[in-house]
Design a protein around this ligand. Structure first.
Ligand SMILES: Nc1ncnc2c1ncn2[C@@H]1O[C@H](COP(=O)(O)OP(=O)(O)OP(=O)(O)O)[C@@H](O)[C@H]1O
Ligand SMILES: [Mg+2]
Length: 432
């Protein structure tokens, strides 16, 4: 028996005008972007004026939403049913451009130019750990300030851990505040090379080494860049703090997306606990890419037993054993087999004579055994996913959950997104 958890009800969440921000978090590759896009489509078609901020969407998904270029502003998505009065805009986060915009907005033109033209800006700005997370928060703050949408759905960057989204901006802050920066800036602050002798030995050795490795000119470029960033940083931090508070405000809902796998669900559990610590409102957990089977009444054990019996039969058949052995065991369904094979013959001839079909090589039996083994594997996956899920529920029985099944192909068009949205809304409890 599977453990029950409350059902996560998506439509009431999307329909509630007080819901202003939905953040889709989760560890890498679990379906955050897909879920965010699907929620966007559903919310818009249910009447919300929605915008979805995606991060690194797969190319085909981006194209289906009309996001062929990275221009860092929301564009209206074509093909949305607007009959309920809603609309959908979508954008892909362009990290570099968002960073540029921040620099331009928050420094005087001369300093902005000095930063943007600095040879280190491009590589360093993208390379800071947490830049992408920080820029996603920055963009969220901007979209909220524009006040053109009544619902903002935020995808979060691909990261190993769901917690990175909350931790990275702080980490970026401590990096910019941190020792490395002080080290680089030290000679500049105390008056260039002449000042180096006043520094402690460790530092002067470090800058000496850097200067040898990079050349004094390049080192100066780094120092200039870092000094400029440093003076801007107060602004960065203030806004990151403001966005952080926005995430705690009523009207924000976090959805944790997870695959029914141990690591993803463990991450999800950490994240749920962390949200509680931070007073950030959790709406629930989306368990994505859950496997099921239309023939769940045939257990893995019985399917495997049947496959083995069939294989034995084929092996014995080579020695001339009769099929009645198997038929007696109730494993071969002759009736169904005959009906199918008749349909397969357009000329209506009766292909039900099984010696005719298998030609004594056991082809049909082997195929059937192969299918039974595949079914057994699928049933084992289903059972494993259920155990993994139950472990999460036993730790967090209070967290509302919804399952989304694994579709046969990836999700790359509005139809696929609607199908995911439908599953999200059906609120099928995981134990069903
Ligand atoms: N329910 C599903 N059934 C089938 N395919 C799915 C499903 N959900 C997501 N996918 C596919 O899985 C892939 C990864 O999904 P997605 O990009 O949404 O994950 P992500 O969490 O955003 O990944 P990243 O951490 O890299 O940003 C995509 O190809 C997507 O189409
Ligand atoms: Mg993604």
């Amino acid at each position: 028996m599977s453990l029950e958890s409350p059902v996560l009800e998506i439509d009431p969440l999307l329909d509630d005008r007080k819901t202003r921000i939905v953040v889709c978090c989760g560890s890498g590759g679990v379906g955050k972007t897909t879920t965010a896009a699907a929620l966007g489509v559903r919310a818009a078609e249910r009447g919300r004026t929605a915008v979805v901020l995606t991060i690194d969407p797969a190319r085909r998904l981006a194209q289906s939403m009309g996001l062929s270029e990275l221009d860092n502003t929301p564009r209206e998505v074509a093909g949305i049913d607007r009959s309920a009065g809603g609309s959908l805009h979508a954008m892909m986060l362009d990290m570099k451009r968002t960073f540029d915009e921040v620099v331009v907005q928050h420094s005087d033109p001369e300093r902005a130019r000095a930063i943007l033209e600095n040879p280190f800006y491009q590589s360093l700005s993208a390379g800071f750990a947490g830049t992408q997370e920080y820029m996603a928060m920055e963009k969220l703050g901007q979209l909220r300030a524009q006040d053109a949408w009544d619902l903002i759905i935020v995808d979060t960057p691909p990261s190993r851990s769901a917690l990175d989204f909350l931790d990275a901006p702080k980490r970026l802050g401590s990096f910019l505040d941190g020792r490395f920066i002080k080290l680089l800036m030290a000679p500049a602050k105390v008056g260039g090379r002449a000042g180096v002798k006043f520094l402690n030995i460790g530092m002067s050795m470090m800058t000496g080494t850097l200067s040898k490795v990079m050349g004094a000119g390049l080192l100066r470029d780094v120092q200039t860049f870092v000094a400029a960033m440093d003076t801007m940083f107060g602004g960065f931090r203030t806004r990151a703090d403001a966005t952080y508070r926005l995430l705690q405000a009523p009207g924000t809902a976090f959805l944790v997306v997870a695959a029914p796998e141990r690591d993803a669900l463990r991450e999800a559990a950490y994240f749920v606990e962390r949200l509680a610590d931070e007073d950030m409102p959790l709406a629930g957990l989306v368990l994505n890419r859950v496997h099921g089977s239309g023939a769940a009444q045939l257990t893995a054990e019985r399917a495997l037993a049947a496959a083995e019996a069939l294989e034995d039969y084929v092996a014995e058949g080579a020695e001339g054993t009769e099929e009645e052995n198997l038929a007696g065991a109730g494993i071969v369904d002759h009736g169904a087999g005959h009906a199918d094979s008749r349909q397969d013959r357009p000329d209506g001839t009766d292909a039900s004579d099984r010696t005719d079909m298998t030609d004594r090589t056991g082809g049909t039996e082997r195929l059937a055994a192969g299918l039974l083994r595949l079914h057994a594997e699928r049933m084992q996956v289903v059972a494993r996913e259920r155990r993994t899920r139950d472990r999460f529920v036993s730790v967090h029985p209070e967290v509302p959950m919804v399952d989304v099944t694994a579709l046969p192909g990836d999700v790359h068009d509005l139809e696929g997104l609607r199908a995911i949205g439908q599953e999200l809304a059906e609120g099928r409890p995981s134990a069903a």
